[in-house]
Write a protein that binds this ligand. Structure first.
Ligand code: DGJ
Length: 465
């Protein structure tokens, strides 16, 4: 479209013979086309332009059907208050997020459904390859999966997926009156799967250290967001993770290494990367084999990104500050057609908030913020990332531009009962927000995460064969 407008202007270049009416009509035509184009771009707001975003792959259409949710009705405040008390301190009406965080909320079943009926991707039967975001997900032994804040590695050698995450199957408590809810470190859980749907528990592949209170992996510390990448040169599986003390003041990254994807991993130590505080983090291995560490820094006000050394065991001196002043965490990076994309969350502890999608032509930046990628549900669902927080984006092999968005629905009242929200993420269609710095529309595509109460991978996906 921009091309045809430029064409139009060129036709009016000096020295060319034209009549005034031809020029005027050309201009009118161009303006009309431009208007049509910008309408297509901007109509997206509430999800009514889904048709335009449908990718050409027919089996993916199902994943892009928008599912709507009824608006959540906030129950009236509990307990009677005397008119005098109400006058003194008018009660703030509660928000959906207040209800989400209130373990006694009447709406609890909406956020944490199926507590008694354990339904998840483990249920056997022909019609059962469904993901139920937010329900309890079971492993092949029938136990709830413990892989929070995790990520997935596809191991080419064994043609197996490995899902690593925080093993949080312990009591939730507050170390300090005002401290965040926590579970003692137990270790990193690992599950394997051939089809991304049935998950076998491979055990704890990096365990807490019980005998040394000063060790990074002492149970009183924090181990979050473990991610594993494979180093083709050394043949080692390398795990990076957020290491902290109970107050989140250590703000470091830890590294562990293993010869096999199912561990055990040897812990090598921690550091403040580039001398900076580091909290939520992830690692990303690019097509050329270079891996990057991405972490929230400067008290979560910005992200840092930098390449790792060839063996993936350390950072190098190269580091770029990105999304400066945007206060983002939970970074999840992925790549499509040479463009880098990232989903992040805001910084509100265990409470859900609005996700943002970002894009960059070069991994070290500049990164542009594209807006909220969530589609469907209802407005509250979209503004709270379907009550979940990003942790990883996994490419769906064979389905160009299709990914699984992996997120955690944290349950701060009982962290071990936190749920998984996996949804289809599709990169397709025009981006709907102009670039921040020059207001032009970017060349890259829109990132959409589609809400589903239940969904399955496209039929014929090779993982099921
Ligand atoms: C938000 C982070 O994303 C989580 O990984 C965890 O650190 C919580 N904060 C703790 O409140």
């Amino acid at each position: 479209m921009c091309g045809s407008f430029a064409h139009c202007v060129l036709r009016l270049a000096p020295g060319t013979r034209f009549s005034a009416s031809v020029a005027v009509w050309s201009l009118v035509g161009c303006l009309l086309l431009l208007h049509l184009y910008s309408n297509i771009h901007h109509k997206d707001g509430e999800g009514e332009e889904v048709q335009l975003r449908l990718s050409s792959h027919p089996q993916l259409r199902e994943l892009q059907q928008v599912e709507e949710e009824e608006n959540i009705r906030i129950p009236p405040p509990k307990g009677k208050r005397s008119p005098r008390a109400a006058k003194r301190r008018p009660k703030r009406s509660s928000t959906v997020i207040d209800e989400f965080l209130d373990e006694n909320s009447q709406l609890r079943h909406i956020f944490f459904p199926g507590k008694k009926r354990a339904i998840g991707p483990m249920k056997a039967g022909n019609d059962s390859y469904y993901y139920y975001p937010g329900r309890i997900w079971m492993d092949t032994d029938g136990n709830p999966i413990q892989a929070h804040g995790g990520g997935i590695l596809y191991d080419k050698k064994s043609r197996t997926y490995y899902w690593y995450g925080e093993y949080k199957d312990g009591p939730t408590y507050h170390a300090h009156k005002r401290g965040a809810a926590r579970v003692d470190v137990i270790g990193v859980g690992c599950y394997s799967s051939k089809d991304l749907w049935t998950w076998k528990n491979e055990g704890i592949v990096l365990a807490a250290v019980e005998t040394n209170e000063t060790h990074d992996l002492a149970k009183s510390n924090v181990l979050e967001r473990p991610k594993v990448i494979y180093n083709d040169k050394t043949g080692k599986y390398v795990m990076w993770m957020h290491i902290d003390d109970a107050n989140y003041t250590k703000a470091a990254v830890g590294v562990a290494i293993s010869d096999t994807p199912d561990g055990p991993f040897d812990y090598l130590g921690s550091q403040r990367p580039h001398g900076c505080d580091s909290r939520d983090m992830t690692v990303f291995k690019d097509d050329d084999g270079v891996a990057y560490l991405i972490y929230s820094s400067e008290d979560n006000s910005e992200l840092h990104i930098g390449p790792l050394t060839e063996d993936y065991l350390n950072v190098t001196s190269i580091m770029k500050r990105i999304l400066v002043g945007q206060h983002r965490e939970a970074p999840s990076l992925f790549k499509h057609q040479g463009t880098y994309y990232m989903i992040t969350s805001g910084c509100t502890g265990w409470a859900p908030n609005e996700a943002l999608a970002h894009a960059a032509e070069s991994i070290l930046g500049p990164w542009e913020t594209m807006g909220n990628p969530c589609v469907g549900g209802n407005k509250v669902f979209r503004l709270a990332t379907f009550f979940a927080q990003s942790t990883f984006v996994l490419p769906l092999p064979g389905y160009h531009g299709s990914f699984i968005f992996m997120a955690d629905r944290w349950n701060p009242a009982d962290l071990r009962d936190s749920r998984y929200v996996w949804l289809p993420l599709i990169v397709a269609g025009p981006a709907d927000q102009p670039l921040e710095h020059n207001f032009e529309f970017p060349l890259w595509s829109r990132v959409s995460i589609y809400w589903h109460k239940k969904w399955k991978l496209p039929q014929g996906w090779s993982g099921f064969k």
